[in-house]
Design a protein around this ligand. Structure first.
Ligand SMILES: Nc1ncnc2c1ncn2[C@@H]1O[C@H](COP(=O)(O)OP(=O)(O)O)[C@@H](O)[C@H]1O
Ligand SMILES: CC(=O)N[C@@H](CCC(=O)OP(=O)(O)O)C(=O)O
Length: 301
């Protein structure tokens, strides 16, 4: 409904400035592919989720090609706990036995994927949910995870069960959806040569997806203001060497390790920029893309 009460002149100036500020960004990113990873930790409340969905619809409406890859780690953890099943992480990756894999598929491919699809559609977008099985989108292989010890000779390969890495991506189904003006929403489940389902960290899927699609940007929404240093201060820009040092001294750990690796791999393979931003900030995607206020940590090629 239109509000006909006159706007305070200062407020009107701010609104006009913000709207015009968006123009060069809309022009720059028009027709460009933007891979946006929506982490489970950033899906904290209903308002935030609605704000996210609305931002995605807006980007599509002004001519960009958003591709959403989502996580759902905490949501998987919640159902596993309800089922009385323990879960364990190694370097940010969930150890996934057969039963856990079933739960991963139910939560990622079902609950979380359809919730995002539904929200986007409620705001007038046309989202279609996919797992890596649909249209042969994500081919996975079993991940051989090497846990590094201080002494490199002592590093060991750890069996994480049904945890996969991306072997290849066939983006045909994503291109088809884009051309029909649909918004792809992708759950990070891949299928192996053996026909088995693999649980892939969503950051890794988002990074590879951005590379294969030749995306302009990769945006990773999480639950911190970005990458923080040892004192908790935001690091606004990072190079590959700095990342190595921060991992070696333990400043970057846990779930931030796959995130930062996928951001680095994406920029090395041609994605113009990767951003790690705070998904708990309302409309974080829109603020990052359409205003002069870059937020979070930028990793550039
Ligand atoms: N240097 C760091 N800066 C910021 N966060 C870090 C850092 N090292 C580890 N983390 C952890 O990484 C988490 C984000 O990864 P993760 O929990 O996997 O989130 P998501 O569900 O968004 O993928 C943060 O909540 C934080 O606990
Ligand atoms: C292998 C592995 O750890 N897979 C993740 C997949 C979901 C995910 O990545 O979710 P977030 O982005 O919310 O962390 C998991 O089981 O939690």
């Amino acid at each position: 409904m239109t509000d006909n009460t006159p706007m305070d002149p200062d407020n009107a100036k701010t609104v006009a400035r913000v709207l015009t500020e968006a123009l060069p960004y809309i022009q720059r990113f028009s027709k460009k592919t933007l891979v946006i990873k929506y982490g489970g930790n950033a899906m904290v409340d209903e308002d935030l989720k609605r704000g996210f969905a609305r931002d995605i619809v807006l980007l599509k409406q002004v001519g960009m090609n958003p591709v959403v890859v989502h996580g759902g780690g905490p949501q998987i953890g919640k159902l596993l706990a309800q089922l009385g099943k323990e879960t364990r992480f190694v370097d940010g990756l969930r150890v996934t036995d057969r039963e856990t894999m079933d739960v991963v598929q139910m939560v990622l491919g079902g609950l979380v994927n359809k919730e995002i699809v539904n929200l986007i559609n409620q705001f007038g977008g046309r989202a279609v949910g996919l797992t890596g099985k649909d249209g042969g989108l994500i081919r996975a292989r079993r991940l051989e995870h090497r846990r590094m010890a201080t002494d490199p000779e002592a590093s060991e390969i750890i069996d994480l069960g049904h945890v996969g890495e991306v072997a290849s991506i066939d983006p045909s189904v994503v291109h088809m959806l884009d051309s029909g003006n649909f918004i792809p929403v992708i759950a990070p489940v891949g299928v192996g040569e053996d026909g088995m389902a693999y649980n892939i960290n969503a950051d890794l899927v988002a990074g590879k997806m951005a590379s294969v699609l030749g995306a302009e940007k990769l945006i990773l929404l999480t639950n911190t203001p970005g990458v923080l240093d040892g004192q908790g201060q935001l690091l606004t820009g990072l190079t590959a060497q700095q990342v190595d040092d921060l991992i070696a001294d333990g400043t970057i750990h846990g779930g931030m390790i796959p995130k930062i690796h996928c951001a680095l791999d994406a920029v090395k393979s041609g994605v113009r920029a990767a951003h790690i931003i705070d998904g708990r900030v309302s409309h974080a995607v829109m603020l990052e893309l359409l205003t002069d206020k870059g937020v979070g940590t930028l990793i550039r090629g």
